[in-house]
Design a protein around this ligand. Structure first.
Ligand code: HPA
Ligand code: ZN
Length: 349
């Protein structure tokens, strides 16, 4: 008897949901759903250039990274109080938990907020309270990756780091790493060599966006000039075979975000996304949602869309989930425990 494709999809979704997964590429400001944007705008007396929630969603037609960033930074303007940052993170963590995320490494952009006069303490305190609550009530662990905006100067990044450092002890359980995001073209990793050297010296874990829109040379620069352990996106790495060979040999994780790449036209069709090819070539590929409120899908949607468009089988999907745990900044003992749970979960029907 032929099987019903809708039933197959529902069964696959249920199976994927039950796999313990880590989300490693997620901008908390990119989880601001239009409904919350309106709620916070009303709460804070901020005027939005949209009539309603539907108008916001209709505006999300992006042609490239910058066309998205313009709306993303404008949307973040409704985040004002500690409570706002708390509510934003709490909503994301609840959603991620429902998708089977057991650990999240969450990027945040303090410069977007301090430039508007929001104290960096407000941002940390609000996010941290939600992250600690999720750990205690949902068993979902998470860390914060303070991300520098690459369209701004390295001096601005260094000043931001100095503002944040007095808070390090208070948030030592959460703030474990740094990242680099925003407009990639024309802002090579080498621009941030000093701030990364300082963060390495301070013992932070290091990651950076590279090879999303920017060329493979930016991935090379992130590895060599910044010393990162992970590459966010990195999908253009296969334009340089020697670079790809090195990523595979060194098991450098790539935090790939398929629906983001589709929405920002890094790829024109998911069936042509190179993540399956990279995975099958032995690269340490992970799947993530990037800015789910803007790109139309959370992590499970990214797994499902990739599985369907690229014919990923269950072994490959389990490998992607396993890679996410391996590529996380969790201690080895936690990784081993979660990998055991994953080995159990893959055997469910
Ligand atoms: N790329 C660069 N900067 C970003 C992104 C992204 O995908 N999302 C939020 N900031
Ligand atoms: Zn990103």
């Amino acid at each position: 008897m032929p099987t019903d494709p809708t039933e197959d999809q529902a069964a696959l979704r249920g199976w994927l949901r039950a796999l313990p997964k880590a989300e490693l590429h997620l901008h908390i400001e990119g989880t601001l759903e239009p409904e919350m944007m309106f709620e916070l705008a009303a709460r804070n007396g901020v005027r939005l250039p949209y009539a309603d929630v539907r108008a916001v969603r209709e505006a999300y037609q992006f042609t490239d990274l910058q066309s998205f960033l313009d709306l993303y930074y404008a949307g973040a303007g409704v985040l004002c109080t500690q409570q706002d940052f708390h509510d934003l993170a709490a909503a994301y963590l609840t959603r991620a938990h429902a998708d089977g995320v057991v650990h999240a490494e969450i990027m945040f952009d303090p410069q977007t907020h301090t430039a508007r006069g929001i104290p960096i303490q407000t941002v940390f305190a609000g996010l941290a309270s939600a992250l600690r609550e999720a750990r205690d009530t949902l068993g979902l662990t998470s860390v914060l990756l303070l991300s520098f905006l690459r369209h701004l100067s390295e001096e601005d990044a260094l000043r931001t780091l100095e503002q944040a450092l007095p808070l390090r002890e208070t948030y030592a359980d959460l703030w474990t790493g740094i990242g680099l995001d925003s407009g990639e073209r024309g802002n090579p990793p080498e621009k941030f060599t000093r701030v990364y050297a300082r963060c390495a010296q301070l013992g932070f874990r290091l990651t950076a966006h590279a090879g999303e829109e920017g060329p493979p040379e930016y991935v090379r620069g992130a590895l060599d000039a910044l010393g990162v352990e992970r590459i966010d996106h990195g999908v253009r790495s296969d334009e340089d075979p020697a670079l790809l060979a090195e990523l595979i040999r060194r098991r450098i994780p790539l935090t790939v975000c398929p629906l983001s790449n589709l929405k920002l036209r890094v790829v024109d069709d998911l069936s042509r996304h190179n993540l399956a090819r990279l995975l099958r070539a032995g690269a340490m590929v992970t799947l993530n949602s990037d800015d789910p409120a803007y790109f139309g899908g959370y992590i499970l949607d990214n797994y499902m869309a990739s599985a369907t468009a690229l014919d990923l089988d269950r072994d490959e999907l389990a490998t992607l989930a396993g890679n996410s745990l391996q590529a996380s900044f969790l201690p080895l003992a936690d990784k081993a425990r979660l990998l055991d749970r994953l080995a159990q979960a893959v055997t469910q029907p």
